[in-house]
Ligand binder design. Sequence first.
Ligand SMILES: C=C(O[C@@H]1C=C(C(=O)O)C=C[C@H]1O)C(=O)O
Length: 372
Amino acid sequence: MKDLKQCRQEIDEIDEQMMALFERRMKVAKDVVTYKMAHHMEIFQSEREAQVIQNNVSRIQSEDLHSYAKLFLTSMMNISKSYQTTFLPHPQTLTYALPKVNNITVGFQGVPGSFSQKALDTYFDKQTQRQQYTHFKDVFEALKRDEIDYGIVPLENSSTGAINDNYDAIRDYGFYIVGEQSLSVSQHLLGIKGAKLEDIQEVYSHPQGLLQTSLFLEKHHIQPHEYENTAMAAKYVSTLQNPHIGAIASSQAAQLYDLDILQDNIQNIQNNATRFIIFGKQLEVVEDASCISIVFTLPHQVGALYQVMKIIYDYAINMLRIESRPLLETPWEYYFYVDLEGSLKDVAMIQALEDMKAHTKTMRVLGNYVKK
Ligand SMILES: C=C(O[C@@H]1C=C(C(=O)O)C=C[C@H]1O)C(=O)O
């Protein structure tokens, strides 16, 4: 048996060599992303990754290490991609993208009658193919598999705040926001034909639908049940044919699933609106893009957020929004999502972003798009 101290000495020597190689590899990854940004290429290149895995796993002599080698290479390439996403485009080489409209497929969560579909119908034209998914996460997965060109998900509601899972997903999947559609949302109490408000004891809806109507539900002592989606809840309630069970959903859902509107506009706040984002695999900047979204993490030190805010102030940039989310790996540390008014074609903006980046631990531009 080898001595532990001796083994660890050997590991230390190996790590030293590996770290030098890691640094070299990451520097090349930086050169790769510079090229990709200038040539409108996606960061993720699945064929290249498959090739890297195939070439290198076959170099490992011990058969029992093949699956570990594959895991090692995959993690290494994930780290390299996440590093690549942190680089800012160069205003001179960044060219405007024409919004893709022809022959595209867009994924959304829910069934016809859902608010996501309504947002999709408002943003895209009739020819756009629609693909529906059960969960928000499925829309992100579908884009990852190239099943769709874009996804559309809600990000924020004016009365209930952020839709956290989608905030985290847009960051974790490394996708870009290419557009935004705001939609005014009216929630209605739906029931089967002939049912009355007084009959309703329980309702089904998406958690957002329940939150947005919490005051009404409390007042009428109606028990809420969470469901995947408002429209799916309406469809479900329609199959139950129980006069005591209702759904909270749109008027379109009432029509589609043959339900009555027992009480309209039951949302806590009358001007209830939801912001949806359209996301894709590439940074696409259209000519009139005026909102830049960024996400960053900060070192745990006094005044770290202030330093970033000061740069925004010094460059006289209008900050449209700031949101923080916990960093799961390290408790009590946060991701900050910030929306800024401006364009990535503006040299001063890039300078400001570079300065901000210097005060962050990690920073990535999520997109530069038009708010609608
Ligand atoms: C470095 C690149 O970018 C990504 C990362 C890869 C890597 O780290 O080897 C491979 C393919 C891409 O998904 C590249 O395109 O070569």
